[in-house]
Structures are given as structure tokens and as C-alpha cells.
Design a protein around this ligand. Structure first.
Ligand code: 3PG
Length: 308
């Protein structure tokens, strides 16, 4: 029996766990093990010891975890961003790392738009707010989430712009989105900016005052990507200088106490990363993860491999 461990500090919806279990049970020779809501690393290290495969979310798959998993052949990040996996450690230990791109992207896009509505309506404080219709939204990186956000924002009657150096302009424009040539142009043009860049060595701390200060009056930055892409010191300087500037983030920045103390009404942070926290996204990403693992073992399929 090959053991597939689902290790989720932030658990999937119960319906998703059932759906994963059904996939695993339907394939002969596999069993499911579950480690949910674990509170310390020791629990994870123990659970991975005899796992042949693993499904994780934002759980940290460090070198220590990979090396403790002596039988591990494949690890799937049920989601898009795999900055939580030590890819080099996977490669060094002959472990294939995969993600499940696109499976939770609608959920994240809905949250981004939902946060925009929340802020446009003064955090639902009962006072007169503004509408999103005819406002300009700039999508920074046009992957699966960006594409879904473009669809939803178009439905709201927003003017949708995007910049992504890795996507053909024609592909962006095919969605009725105005493709711009640079991030600078995007930020200068749009009152709302929604971040969908991954966290890597190039993007970490890349978004700060220099580019944000060029945004138009009433600027709102929406971050459902990663908190690490923000230069927080620089953002705080901007919050001080531009009383019209607002920041919405799916997961609080490290400097959240400063926001709480000084910028009431100009920010909203989710208590836990919840962009992908819907039953649908959990089912899509979890089932895709389980199927990818079985296809890997049965057919050698490495379609979604992300390490070298
Ligand atoms: C992702 O990269 O797919 C999202 O950030 C979702 O992360 P989560 O599975 O931890 O909610």
C-alpha cells in the first residue's frame, strides 16, 4: 500500500477530504492518511516518516520535512504558489514537486473583488460609499487568478487593464482586457491594483512606495498574492504620506499593528489566508492533487512538476 498523506495546517473543507478519499479509494493500492490542524513541526515530521506521497497547502515543506520523509516520491501543493516548498531539497532527494494550477483561482479572484467592494463601501459602515463600475482596475500578472478577476471585474462594469511580461498581449486582449507595456504604466493608470505575482527572489519586497505613489487619487491596493512581495517599510511611508491610499490583503502584513494603530478604515486583512478557502476550491485542488499523485505512480505523469 502506498500512503498518501494530506498534511494541512489549515484544513480543506470536509467535502474536499471526502472527495480526495474517494479518489484514493478508487485506485487499488493506495491509502489516505490525514494530518490536519497540526500545531508543531514535530507532528508533521512524524506523519511524513512513512508517506510515499503528500498533499499540502501553504504548509512549509522545508528540507527537514523532505528529508524526514524517507519514502517520499511526490509532493503536491494543492494550489498555485509553491514558494512554501524547498524545491532544491526535493530535487536532491529525488522527490517530484507539483502544483495544481488554476484549481483554486476563481475563489481567489472572488475574494479580491469582494475586498474591493468592501472597501468601496467603507467597510460596510453604513455611510455612503462608491461603486466599482467604470473604475479602472489593474491586474498585475495575468495568470489563472488574473484571468478570473478580469472576467468578474468586467461583469461589474470596471475598465480592466493588465500587465504581465510572460503573457502575450494578444492573449490578454482576447479577454477584452487592455494590456499595458509595463507595471509602471499599470499603476499610473489604475485606481485599483490587484496583485497576482508569485513570491520569488525577484518579486519579494518589489512593491513599495516608488510604484504605489504613482497610483491615482483614491488608490486601493489589493493583495491576494503573498505578503512577502510588499516592501512593508516603504508601504508604511506611503500610508503616512497619502491619506487616500488603502491596502487590502489576504493575510495580515508583519506590520499589522501599525495599521491597526494609525490607519483605521484604510485597510482590511484576513485573519488567515482565505483566498482559496471555499469548498469548491478545496475540492478542485485536493482532487487534482490526489489524481496527479496516482497518475504519477501509475503512468509516470509529471505534467505539473515544478522542480528541476
Ligand atoms: C495558492 O497559492 O494556491 C493560494 O495562496 C492558496 O493557498 P492555501 O491553499 O494555503 O489557501
Amino acid at each position: 500500500m502506498k500512503k498518501i498523506l494530506v498534511a494541512t495546517e489549515k484544513p480543506f473543507a470536509p467535502a474536499a477530504v471526502n472527495a480526495i478519499r474517494n479518489v484514493v479509494d478508487a485506485a487499488a493500492g493506495y491509502e489516505l492518511a490525514l494530518l490536519e490542524k497540526y500545531t508543531d513541526k514535530a507532528q508533521l515530521l512524524k506523519a511524513v516518516a512513512d508517506a510515499d506521497a503528500m498533499i499540502i497547502r501553504s504548509d512549509k515543506a522545508t528540507r527537514e520535512v523532505i528529508e524526514a520523509a524517507k519514502n517520499l516520491k511526490v509532493i503536491v501543493r494543492a494550489g498555485a504558489g509553491y514558494d512554501n516548498i524547498d524545491l532544491q531539497a526535493c530535487t536532491d532527494n529525488n522527490v517530484v514537486a507539483m502544483n495544481t494550477p488554476g484549481q483554486n483561482s476563481n475563489a481567489v479572484a472572488e475574494l479580491a473583488l469582494g475586498m474591493m467592494v468592501f472597501m468601496a463601501r467603507g467597510c460596510f459602515n453604513g455611510k455612503s460609499g462608491t461603486e466599482l463600475k467604470e473604475k479602472k482596475v489593474g491586474i498585475h500578472a495575468y495568470g489563472n487568478v488574473g484571468k478570473n478577476l478580469a472576467r468578474i471585474a468586467t461583469g461589474f462594469g470596471m475598465e480592466v487593464y493588465a500587465f504581465d511580461p510572460f503573457v502575450e498581449k494578444a492573449a490578454i486582449e482576447a479577454d477584452g482586457v487592455i494590456a499595458l507595456n509595463s507595471a509602471e504604466e499599470l499603476y499610473k493608470t489604475c485606481q485599483y491594483i490587484s496583485l497576482h505575482i508569485p513570491a520569488n527572489d525577484k518579486t519579494k519586497k518589489s512593491i513599495g512606495k516608488a510604484i504605489l505613489s504613482t497610483m491615482p487619487e483614491g488608490a486601493v491596493l489589493v493583495n491576494t498574492a503573498r505578503k512577502e512581495v510588499i516592501n512593508e517599510d516603504s508601504l508604511l511611508e506611503l500610508m503616512e504620506e497619502r491619506p487616500d491610499f488603502k491596502y487590502l490583503s489576504d493575510i495580515a502584513p508583519d506590520c499589522k499593528d501599525v495599521f491597526a494603530e494609525k490607519y483605521e478604515g484604510r485597510f482590511f486583512f484576513t485573519p488567515k489566508k482565505m483566498g482559496a478557502q471555499t469548498a469548491e476550491a478545496n475540492i478542485n485542488a485536493g482532487v487534482a492533487g490526489a489524481e496527479q499523485i496516482i497518475n504519477f505512480f501509475e503512468k509516470g505523469d509529471v505534467t505539473f512538476k515544478v522542480n528541476k
